[in-house]
Design a protein around this ligand. Structure first.
Ligand SMILES: Cc1cc2nc3c(=O)[nH]c(=O)nc-3n(C[C@H](O)[C@H](O)[C@H](O)COP(=O)(O)O)c2cc1C
Ligand SMILES: [Fe+2]
Ligand SMILES: [Fe+2]
Length: 393
């Protein structure tokens, strides 16, 4: 990618990584991603905002080939997808100083072994003058790590948000406009990176809302030239009611649990509740995480294997515990062969999530009419619980 003009003072640099399929060795990237870097030109100072994945350093250095002088390099976040090319950029520009938060400085020293005298700490609310332009820093901890901050180009009303509002999306479009596909990628990113930190995200949304913003330039995915589009979506994800939706991660070895899932799904559908079942044998963890942004109820469905839930279920419980979805209701259904031990095991595993535990439905072997009736009752309970928190029936 060549540098692209955002405004006459702001250029988009960085890398569109079409081929990347996984992030942090954890998050599937169905649409690739990008590492955005921005160059700001004031009448007196030139600033580079963030860098790129270290393996892609050559692309950023090529983009800077016509730039002889950089005064400051702002590092909003110490994670290597944005900081990883700082060593090469500092070498190319010996006059440049890294500006970063107080918590990021020691992290940059630890992670990249940068020379300490090249790093200058900016405080929350500090400004730097670029001549006829001003850059102001706001500490926004925990979007994504404890040291994260954002910056605001005052005269142009542009927010540089780094991971905050980012989307794992490789696209040739520079602007998001109001493209629903961008929002879907953004929501996928939110579900895995931001949802576990929703309390911090809310505080930082409050900070961002004090600013008059014409454009949000994140470090992943396209630029929000209509920022209300992404701000409103974030408010809904963070503080809005969940949807009238039940997510059912399930696994089955001999189909008994599957029959139970099918019955519950049908019964909920008849009551006007949307259901998303995910077979853990094949399901994309990212899609489960995405659905957890909206779910009001999660029903875990697993047979008993060696006295406990199937390991695939244990894995998804561990992931759900990390993601901290807002769903207030949680339950369990499943089949066992000789000892009904799994339900207790699962209950103790999910206790830290602090959810309301719905009456479990378990059955020895193939479910019978009594069990199907119990599943119908569970569906009614779920529908009533949803109504009780204001979700349409
Ligand atoms: C590998 C394996 C281990 C099992 N371990 C247990 C167990 O510890 N306790 C138990 O009650 N049933 C155990 N079962 C029996 C299953 O829980 C039972 O067959 C159940 O109906 C399977 O549900 P499914 O058809 O949804 O796979 C085990 C079955 C398999 C295949
Ligand atoms: Fe990050
Ligand atoms: Fe990132």
């Amino acid at each position: 990618m060549n540098p692209r003009t955002v405004t006459d003072r702001v250029s988009l640099l960085g890398v569109i990584d079409w081929d990347r399929t996984i992030f942090d060795s954890l998050i599937p990237l169905p649409q690739g991603t990008s590492y955005n870097s921005y160059l700001l030109k004031g009448s007196e100072k030139i600033v580079l905002l963030d860098t790129v994945e270290p393996g892609k350093a050559y692309i950023l250095l090529n983009q800077l080939s016509n730039i002889d002088h950089i005064d400051y390099i702002v590092s909003h976040h110490a994670e290597q997808d944005h900081s990883g090319t700082l060593p090469q950029v500092l070498e190319r520009y010996p006059m440049a100083t890294v500006l970063t938060s107080d918590k990021a400085k020691p992290m940059l020293l630890d992670l990249l072994q940068l020379p300490e005298d090249r790093i200058h700490v900016v405080k929350d609310g500090d400004t730097i003058s670029l001549g006829d332009r001003t850059l102001k820093f706001y500490y926004t901890p925990w979007v994504h790590w404890p040291e994260t901050m954002v910056s605001y180009l005052v005269e142009e009303k542009i927010l540089f948000s780094c991971d905050f509002f980012g989307a794992h999306l490789a696209t040739s479009n520079m602007f998001a406009d109001v493209d629903p596909l961008v929002l879907e990628s953004n929501k996928l990113y939110y579900s895995q990176i931001m949802m576990p930190l929703a309390n911090f995200v809310k505080k930082n949304l409050d900070v961002v809302e004090t600013l008059d913003i014409d454009m949000i330039c994140p470090s992943h995915g396209p630029i929000y030239n209509k920022p209300r589009f992404v701000l409103d979506a974030y408010w809904q994800w963070v503080t809005g009611l969940p949807k009238n939706l039940v997510v059912i991660p399930y696994i089955t070895m001999h189909h008994s649990t599957l029959h139970m899932v099918e019955r519950l799904t049908a019964a909920l559908g008849n009551l006007g509740v949307t259901v998303k079942p995910f077979n853990l044998e094949t399901a994309d963890t990212g899609q489960i995480a995405l659905s957890l942004v909206d779910a009001a109820t999660v029903i875990l469905a697993s047979p008993t294997l060696l006295g406990g839930p199937h390991p695939s279920m244990a894995n998804i419980i561990a992931i759900a515990a990390l993601l901290k979805p807002k769903a207030p209701f949680l339950g369990f259904i499943g089949s066992y062969g000789w000892a009904n031990t799994t339900v207790r095991r699962v209950e103790s595993m999910v206790e830290p999530l602090g959810k309301e535990w719905l009456p479990p439905v378990t059955h020895k072997g193939l479910p019978n009419e009594d069990t199907y009736a119990a599943l119908d009752r569970l569906a009614e309970t779920i529908a009533e619980k949803h109504k009780s928190i204001g979700l349409a029936g």
